[in-house]
Design a binder for this molecule. Structure first.
Ligand SMILES: [Zn+2]
Length: 487
């Protein structure tokens, strides 16, 4: 996953910042910089993990990368009992490193969650070898330079540097480098929560797999922080029929029954909802909008919300996705032969569930909406297995953005990108944060990576990161980890 979460916001933010952006000289110098030796190490780590193929293919192996990082931590003197290489598959091992607080901490740890796997990349599609770390034209090229080995490397380097400097946090800091975020059957985040809650239990999670700074022509226009996310769920809708000869059609017909249900779905909107994150998001947005749109955004924040304003705003897909659970038909398969009545008609309905509701709750609502006992509505897991019922765990309704996170995040971001507006957003896609959110742990997605909005190449060809972006993120992580560790 990699952000696309703030595009609408960014358009308006650009209007605001174009006139107000006036960076004081050397603002970034207020932050402690990495030494030449720190930088050399951070670059070596970045190069090392880019050049280890961690795709979910026969050529890929996450363990090679996580074991290489394990070696770095042990060589640096992290105690062996704080460095855990664990997992359900020998090729998909996760590394969990605990940077221990001095004494007995009052507060639960902070977990930095980073996936180490990447999406497949073919040499034939790329201008460079995707598994070579290539420095060219002011960029680092390679699969994972945007998603998200830059943050994996940045956080490994940060932990090693803090340790070398003898830093003692007041609470434990944990770094988890995980497998199978991009697909595959051994998702490390989910597995760790289920099987090693003790290793990853935390007050909150920082996940650099989403959020970040959007640039337009080099100017930072918005820093988006993912403060909650929707739950991804697929449902399989099936109509069955005894079939027969197509020369003798009957009213009962699997295709008609299925399409009648889908037609109901097309016309249906799940109820309007807001939470602490989307309220802040629309409040920020309203401040930069004008006319009816600004008025509508304020009207939905009223108590009770103005439902006519909500309906007008819902015409914009990005806003609509922020207001409710959405379900949409994405696949269809039916029939056996041109001259036979269909015995099966099947659709996949993909839902993005508003935090606070469970997949099973949505499955029941779909059954109610279709109101056809002849249809079955089953749950399809991420691994593609089909179940009669769906999980009933719900992601937590997000608490108001935590000042323990937002204060240092804002201060350090502002030192690096002065004046950039910072806003919490709800992610409508999905990241590994959801497994922690479902376990009741708040998650914040922020990469501190600044990218031009038209140069997002995660999952694409010639993935690359501006050299300066890497070093700024390194400065960010160092000050941020220290600030969180000091609380
Ligand atoms: Zn990702």
């Amino acid at each position: 996953m990699r952000r696309f979460l703030s595009l609408v916001f960014a358009v308006f933010a650009a209007v605001l910042t174009a006139s107000t952006l006036c960076p004081p000289a050397n603002a970034q110098d207020a932050l402690p910089h990495a030494s030449a030796a720190d930088r050399a190490e951070a670059l070596a780590i970045f190069k090392q993990i880019i050049e280890i193929n961690t795709t979910d293919t026969p050529q890929g192996n996450v363990t090679t990368a996580t074991a290489a990082m394990e070696k770095r931590f042990l060589d640096a003197g992290f105690p062996a009992e704080d460095v855990h290489l664990v997992g359900a598959n020998p090729r998909k091992m996760n590394l969990v490193v605990r940077y221990r607080a001095e004494g007995t901490p009052d507060q639960k740890p902070v977990l930095f969650l980073c996936h180490m796997d990447v999406v497949q990349a073919l040499r034939s599609d790329w201008s460079t070898d995707p598994f070579q770390f290539v420095v060219k034209d002011g960029y680092y090229y390679g699969r994972g330079t945007q998603d998200m080995k830059e943050s994996d490397a940045g956080l490994v380097a940060t932990f090693l540097r803090l340790h070398r400097e003898g830093y003692k946090p007041k609470r434990d800091l944990i770094l988890a480098l995980t497998a199978d975020e991009e697909g595959g059957h051994f998702n490390g985040a989910s597995w760790l929560v289920k099987n090693h809650r003790d290793l990853v239990d935390a007050a909150y999670v920082i996940n650099p797999d989403s959020g970040g700074v959007d640039l337009e022509n080099g100017h930072p226009v918005v820093a988006a922080v993912e403060a909650t996310e929707k739950v991804y769920s697929d449902f399989q809708i099936t109509a069955k029929n005894r079939g027969g000869h197509s020369s003798l059609p009957r009213p009962d017909n699997a295709i008609y029954e299925l399409t009648a249900a889908l037609t109901k779905l097309a016309a249906y909107s799940f109820p309007f909802e807001m939470n602490a994150v989307t309220r802040t998001y629309f409040k920020n947005l309203a401040a930069q909008e004008t006319g009816e749109t600004a008025a509508d955004m304020l009207a939905i924040l009223a108590n009770p919300p103005d439902m006519e304003a909500a309906a007008r705003l819902s015409e914009v897909p990005d806003y609509n996705a922020n207001f409710r659970t959405t379900c949409v038909a994405t696949r269809l398969a039916a029939g056996d032969a041109n001259n036979a009545l269909p015995q099966t008609a099947q659709a996949i309905v993909n839902c993005r569930i508003f935090p606070g509701h469970s997949p099973e709750e949505i499955r029941q609502q779909l059954i109610q909406l279709f109101a056809d006992p002849k249809l079955t509505v089953k749950y399809v897991s991420d691994a593609g297995d089909v179940f009669d019922t769906a999980p009933d765990r719900k992601a937590i309704v997000p608490p108001p953005p935590n000042p323990q996170v937002f204060e240092p995040l804002t201060r350090i971001t502002d030192a690096i990108w002065p004046g950039v507006p910072i806003t919490p957003v709800m992610e409508n896609g999905a990241s590994d944060s959801i497994y922690f959110a479902q376990a009741g742990i708040p998650c914040y997605g922020y990469s501190a990576i600044a990218l031009e909005r038209d140069d997002v190449r995660a999952h694409g060809k010639d993935e690359r990161l501006p050299i300066g972006s890497y070093w700024k993120s390194l400065d960010f992580f160092y000050s941020f980890a220290k600030a969180l560790g000091n609380e």
